[in-house]
Design a protein around this ligand. Structure first.
Ligand SMILES: Nc1ncnc2c1ncn2[C@@H]1O[C@H](COP(=O)(O)OP(=O)(O)O)[C@@H](O)[C@H]1O
Ligand SMILES: [Mg+2]
Length: 339
């Protein structure tokens, strides 16, 4: 594993500070995101990991300023490729989406229109951002298809004529058509079967590296994180509870929830070892506990954990943990360090 080198701020392509998102419904308020900060460097891939409902998709939509009604979004800073996204007009946002930041969703059918050919759809995206003729845009669209491993001749086919993995390749072609600096992939392979998953991931890695793109990979799969990410943020109940380089989080785990995630994974080396799923469920985001949101499921929790929300603590330049007990003398979670 490669360790992070210190870089200047010029290398930061995306900076998000203290994002909060609430969905105010008639009977309750869903606190979906409760103070998330991330920064992403050029050419790097950040993994956002966590169980369903942790707030991963809402965070991604916030980066695009696409959180749907009745979502209320607040945030102290959102700068992407040097642009202050919070100050953008609707018109500027339309340019920003796709050209600076593009997103791939879990289900390719949410991004594809069944009534247009895939070539038309890629060309439309190109024309939205580039003043070019339809003929030229179609030529570029065919080149994009080839880039993702689909013969150009299939540009005239409709989405239903493609398999799931091929549809996701088309979605990737659309996302990359305007050469975004940052690509967000929200569980891009979850809907695909395992062998196809591996092919699509390999393709994404290849294109990322060829284009020097930065990426945010959202997944609940720690195997995918280990495979494609440089840094990882573990999310729980709308917060990042542990954040660091892959080595920080995987080899020097400090948060009990991260430990629980690893223990609930099948261990390749000792298949006979029993899986230990984390007992209990994530708290209801419309009724979050007062203290640490993980305390009700945490085998290390004390009264102090239940009383107050833990602060974000830096253990090193790169490694953050939000755990009340992190610096208690003699306190250690069970997962041993490894290198
Ligand atoms: N449009 C919405 N209206 C109300 N609640 C929502 C909406 N979108 C998401 N939520 C809630 O916000 C929380 C976080 O959801 P989400 O961001 O989709 O999590 P993840 O992607 O990690 O599974 C969940 O409790 C979800 O039910
Ligand atoms: Mg999601």
């Amino acid at each position: 594993m490669e360790e992070t080198v210190k870089t200047t701020n010029d290398d930061i392509v995306l900076e998000l500070e203290n994002l909060r998102v609430k969905f105010v419904l008639e009977t309750e308020t869903v606190e979906a995101v409760n103070g998330i900060s991330i920064s992403l460097r050029r050419g790097r891939t950040l993994g956002l990991a966590g169980e369903t409902g942790a707030g991963k998709t809402t965070t991604a939509l916030s980066l695009l300023r696409l959180v749907p009604y009745p979502g209320r979004v607040e945030c102290d800073k959102l700068v992407v490729e040097g642009h202050d996204v919070l100050k953008m007009s609707q018109k500027e946002l339309e340019k920003y989406r796709g050209a600076d930041l593009a997103m791939i969703f879990q289900d390719p059918m949410t991004s594809l229109n069944p009534v247009f050919t895939v070539g038309q759809q890629i060309a439309d995206t190109i024309m939205l951002h580039d003043p070019t003729t339809r003929e030229d845009a179609m030529k570029k669209a065919e080149a994009m298809l080839e880039l993702v491993g689909i013969p150009a001749a299939r540009a005239v086919e409709y989405p239903h004529q493609f398999s799931g993995g091929m549809k996701q390749r088309v979605v990737i072609a659309i996302a990359l058509a305007c050469n975004p600096g940052v690509l967000i992939a929200d569980e891009p392979t979850t809907a695909l079967d395992v062998t196809i998953q591996a092919q699509v991931l390999a393709l994404m890695k290849k294109l990322r590296d060829e284009r020097g793109m930065s990426m945010i990979m959202i997944t609940h799969d720690l195997g995918i994180i280990a495979d494609v990410c440089d840094e990882v943020a573990i999310m729980y109940a709308g917060r990042i509870i542990e954040y660091g380089t892959l080595r920080d989080v995987f080899n020097h785990t400090r948060h009990p929830y991260t430990e629980g995630l690893f223990n609930s994974l099948p261990n390749i080396r000792s298949r006979r070892e029993k899986l230990k799923p984390i007992p209990g469920l994530m708290p209801d985001p419309s009724n979050l506990p007062k203290g640490c949101a993980f305390a009700p499921r945490c085998r290390y929790a004390t009264d102090a954990c239940r009383a107050e929300r833990p602060a974000d603590r830096m253990l090193s330049d790169t490694h953050m943990v939000a755990c009340t007990r992190y610096d208690e003398p003699g306190f250690r979670i069970d997962r041993p360090d490894r290198d």
